[in-house]
Design a protein around this ligand. Structure first.
Ligand SMILES: Cc1ncc(C[n+]2csc(CCOP(=O)(O)OP(=O)(O)O)c2C)c(N)n1
Ligand SMILES: [Mg+2]
Length: 573
């Protein structure tokens, strides 16, 4: 045991966890710990709004695979974390939200910046704890890091502000890494049997493949089985897009090749996937989910098994270890299994048909730059090793069918929280975790206004050469599409008048580019990457009804019905 202060215990616990960067906005509540950061070798990145701090910690965690932290002043600062921590929750991202709170003597008395801040994070964390004695600081901080990484999600370390001070004795050490194993012998046998007997096995490659670095093992398994691979919704980096068995992602604005392929499956191996319900909804009027197929679901979290779909073989396991072991079993069953040339041909054909269709869409003429034409150029301009963070919106969603990746941890999407304004913050964290790779944050003009534009200041101040691509159609396009399809073009709150984003970026000290012609896209992207500076590419694209993708929530919208005389004229005829 060593004598130290609780501030020292907290900071040294982060050092032990190899935390190199903490994102936040300064606050008196934790100033005693903050003062130690420089000597601890921890860089404090000061953001414009705490939402971006939590998104950046999420981005850094997703790229490094290690738990990361953000910190905020009690009350309003901590409250600004909530949406972003929820995004990390659904991204299975290990983020420790450090939330100092009012002093222990004042809890519950309605003092300054005081409200019980534990309930705010109750639903969006895997674990939360209030430090109840200063001498438990290191122990409880360690617990937060341990659970964040072992349960793949955010945790909250809540600290009464007076507990940063005092003399304590404690031990400091790094948390253990737990291994999960491949699943039980019986599980592996059952999975191998189903896969060996399958007529048309398909692998659904989930986010768990990235988290457990299982891409190579999944490739070997797919090749042995000649099993086509579909990426789960918004996990476009879970299997190499160029692989001959890769068919692209399912879900909203995904790949028709993937959808048509999985529709043929009699056995689906959902590897490292919770099978989120939104990700398997019908798209492009294709009811693709194979209702009669037998499903083997492998997820590290036993609670996800069979949650949204009935599964034949539920397996709580690490995706990589499972893939290795099930392949060994399969090879035992049939050591000389041959490549199924017919299935390979089938995949090739489906891909060709889909890519032709996508190309046709991308070449549609329109007065302004067509979003799909822009995305085609952009996807060709982005280097193969780049990391791409995407937001929520109509154009952003179309990215799903244009961006394929070589390896894991390259595509950082908004995933199930679906909050507009996520990409820039996540992109900042990603760039800090992968300084040698180009990192692009892609978002619509509306979303850029939520948490993007103001964070360009952060990128400039902190010298984070993130490249923002703004899909600027002067509207909240995804929501406008609902008003077009369901509300007879009655546009309430969906049109936007934007400033000149490129000029504002320049005024902030970043590079700013305005792109209106698809021919200029590649050069601008290259210039931005080569500059090594924060940059904003303001892409002026068409937002007309005919260029917008399908409504996001076709599944949940209804035609309006009005009974009151005041509103009757709004009824659909
Ligand atoms: C924080 C948040 N607020 C509101 C929404 C609802 N919403 C979903 S998509 C969307 C429009 C996004 O507009 P923009 O970023 O300009 O992209 P576009 O759809 O025009 O391509 C909105 C407002 C949301 N998902 N998240
Ligand atoms: Mg827009």
């Amino acid at each position: 045991m060593t004598k130290m202060t609780p501030s020292e215990a907290l900071v040294e616990t982060m050092v032990a966890e190899e935390v190199k960067v903490v994102f936040g906005i300064v606050g008196s509540a934790y100033m005693d710990a903050l003062d130690l950061f420089p000597d601890a070798g921890i860089r404090f990145v000061s953001v414009a709004h705490e939402q971006a701090a939590a998104h950046a910690a999420d981005g850094l965690a997703r790229v490094t695979g290690k738990p990361q932290a953000c910190i905020a002043q009690n009350g309003p600062g901590a409250a600004n974390f909530v949406s972003a921590i929820t995004a990390a929750y659904w991204a299975h991202s290990p983020v420790v939200a450090i939330t100092p709170e009012t002093g222990s003597k004042g809890i519950g008395t309605g003092g300054f910046q005081e409200l019980d801040q534990m309930p705010w994070f109750e639903a969006c964390t895997k674990y939360q704890v209030r430090v109840n004695r200063p001498d438990r600081m290191a122990e409880l901080a360690r617990r937060c890091f341990y659970i964040a990484k072992s349960e793949c999600g955010p945790t909250q370390l809540n600290i009464p502000r007076d507990y940063f001070y005092g003399d304590i004795d404690c031990d400091l050490y790094k948390t253990e890494d737990v291994t999960r194993g491949a699943g039980s012998e019986a599980d592996l046998e059952a999975a191998a049997k189903l896969l060996a007997e399958a007529k048309y096995p398909v692998i659904l490659a989930g986010g768990g493949i990235s988290f457990s670095d299982a891409v190579n093992e999944t490739k070997e398994l797919a090749e042995y089985l000649t099993a086509p691979v579909i990426n789960s919704y918004l996990h476009n980096d879970s299997f190499p897009a160029e692989h001959q068995l890769a068919t692209g992602p399912i879900g909203y604005c995904g790949s028709k090749a993937a959808m048509r392929t999985v529709a043929k499956a009699d056995v689906v191996l959902a590897l490292g996937s919770r099978l989120g319900p939104f990700g398997t909804l019908p798209q492009y009027d294709i009811e693709y989910w194979p209702k009669d197929a037998k499903i083997i679901q492998v997820d590290i979290d036993h609670r996800q098994l069979g949650l949204s779909r009935r599964v034949e073989v539920p397996i709580a396991a690490d995706a990589r270890e499972f893939a290795v072991q099930v392949l060994a079993k399969l090879k035992n069953i049939d050591p000389s299994r041959k490549i199924d040339e017919k299935r390979l041909e089938d995949v090739k054909k489906e891909k060709a048909v889909w890519l032709d269709e996508l190309d046709e869409w991308s070449n549609s003429p329109s007065k302004l730059m067509h979003p799909r034409m822009f995305l085609k150029e952009l996807s060709e301009a982005v280097p193969k090793n780049a990391i791409v963070a995407t937001d929520v919106g109509n154009t952003c969603s179309m990215c799903n069918s244009y961006f394929g990746f070589e390896g894991p941890r390259q595509f950082l999407a908004a995933l199930s929280w679906g909050n507009c304004g996520i990409a820039y913050g996540v992109g900042m964290g990603a760039k800090m975790g992968a300084p040698d790779k180009p990192v692009l944050a892609m978002q619509g003009d509306g979303s850029f206004g939520i948490s993007g534009l103001s964070e360009v200041m952060t990128a400039v101040r902190e010298e984070i050469p993130l490249i923002a691509v703004v899909f600027n159609n002067n509207q909240w396009g995804a929501e406008k599409k609902n008003q077009i399809d369901y509300y007879k073009d009655r546009f309430v709150g969906t049109n936007l008048k934007n400033p000149d984003f490129a000029q504002i970026a320049k005024d902030m000290g970043a590079l700013g580019f305005r792109v209106e012609d698809p021919k200029d896209v590649k050069e601008v992207v290259n210039t931005a990457i080569e500059s090594g500076k924060p940059a904003v590419i303001d892409a002026i694209i068409d937002g007309a009804a005919e260029v917008l993708a399908e409504p996001f929530r076709r599944d949940a919208l209804k035609m309006p019905v009005r009974y009151l005389s005041k509103y009757k004229h709004l009824n659909d005829k």
